[in-house]
Write a protein that binds this ligand. Structure first.
Ligand code: CA2
Length: 143
């Protein structure tokens, strides 16, 4: 199984600020964690990060026909991007949404997700572990 893991804007800044919300580990550590989780589940994975909405839309479109599952943390675009939601809907690749923090316990502007209705599942507030759960859900249908 081929997975595409997409991380949205500012996630490359992990570990630099706000450790109380996002943890103290940096983006390289997150990528290593995701790679290990995919290998453990028996899947291959490509990890992509961008701060640009259109670039993320392009990447989702390019995934059509070449990936079996998408794990996405759209970061701030979660709450604003109809374009990313439309792209996910368009390629119809099984998708799981992940958030490091529990967005429902934060500011009200973070409560709405345009991606959630398209995603098969959303994991939030579990830190890095949310990515492992998303991978295991897509590969093994494990909750
Ligand atoms: O909890 C999550 O994973 C979020 O998707 C993270 C986004 C936020 O806009 C969403 O509401 C929830 C923000 C990612 C930015 O992360 C930073 C980490 C360290 C320093 C600055 C930003």
């Amino acid at each position: 199984m081929k997975l595409l893991v997409i991380n949205g804007p500012n996630l490359n800044m992990l570990g630099i600020r706000e450790p109380e919300i996002y943890g103290a580990q940096n983006y390289a550590a997150l990528c290593a964690y995701i790679k290990d989780a995919a290998a453990e589940a028996g899947a291959s994975c490509e990890i992509y990060q961008s701060n640009h909405e259109g670039a993320i839309v392009d990447k989702i479109q390019e995934a059509y026909g070449s990936f079996d599952g998408i794990v996405i943390n759209p970061a701030a675009y979660t709450h604003t991007s109809v374009a990313i939601a439309d792209a996910l809907s368009g390629v119809a690749i099984p998708t799981v949404e992940v958030h490091l923090s529990d967005v429902m316990q934060r500011e009200s502007f973070r409560h709405h997700s345009f991606v959630a209705p398209i995603a098969k599942k959303t994991y939030m507030g579990l830190g890095f572990e949310g990515y492992k759960k998303a991978i295991r859900y897509l590969v093994k249908n494990e909750e």
